[in-house]
Write a protein that binds this ligand. Structure first.
Ligand code: CA
Ligand code: CA
Length: 220
């Protein structure tokens, strides 16, 4: 499990994410190469499906397609913990990210990724140049990410579809309290200023849904 303070830092990091990574993925998806998905295990209850902007918690192993050599294993890397990341925004290898679409907690997939959507012409040690790679993924949890419409609505206390500095500040403080993280008032001032500096494009002191960069979910 993540320590509470680590989870809080992670949430903040997500709040501060720039739009650039999102655009990056859109470009990759247009390159024409395809990712192949094989479902290895599908739980009976498979209703909560991963959407762009969701926070995913997963274990994954990476293999070279040509001879099956394992080049990555989240169970033995670093502390052996599963990874948390935002789905669909370019935080992880593009093809792997694409292969996780609509996956539900408990599901296991084999995802075959062409080099153009993995490590490319150059490769990345120990993955050689132009390598097709295979990921075996076990998805453990799916959470609505902080950039979801749900999160936006939670922060928008007066339901006027814009976020004021005060609303963002209150939300951050509430999250910190929930996770039992103690911070100085100045810390929240800094985070709020940073969020607005990055997102309040017309500098009117309020964030619209568009400025906050809520990911468009398929069903919306
Ligand atoms: Ca509001
Ligand atoms: Ca604004």
């Amino acid at each position: 499990m993540f320590k509470m303070s680590e989870r809080f830092s992670l949430l903040l990091l997500l709040y501060l994410q720039a739009l650039s990574s999102f655009l990056h993925l859109v470009c990759a998806a247009e390159s024409g190469d395809e990712v192949q998905i094989e479902v290895l295990f599908l739980p009976e209850n498979c209703t909560q499906k991963a959407k762009k902007g969701d926070l995913l918690h997963a274990h994954y192993d990476g293999y070279l397609a040509k001879d099956g050599t394992q080049f990555y294993c989240s169970r033995s890397a670093k502390d052996g913990q599963p990874h948390w990341f935002v789905h669909g925004v370019g935080e992880i290898i593009k093809g792997l990210d694409m292969g996780l679409k609509d996956m539900c907690p408990g599901e296991m997939r084999k995802i075959i990724v062409p080099p153009s959507l993995a490590f490319g012409e150059k490769g990345k040690d120990p993955v050689p140049p132009n390598a097709t790679v295979i990921f075996k993924v076990e998805l453990l949890h799916v959470r609505r990410g902080p950039r979801s419409m749900e999160a936006f609505k939670e922060m928008d206390l007066d339901n006027d579809l814009t976020l004021t500095k005060e609303e963002v500040r209150k939300h951050l403080k509430m999250e910190a309290e929930k996770l039992k993280v103690e911070k100085e008032e100045s810390y929240f001032d800094d985070v709020v200023s940073d969020v607005f500096r990055r997102n309040d494009h017309n500098a009117d002191g309020a964030l619209t849904v568009k400025e906050y960069n809520v990911y468009e979910h398929d069903e919306l």
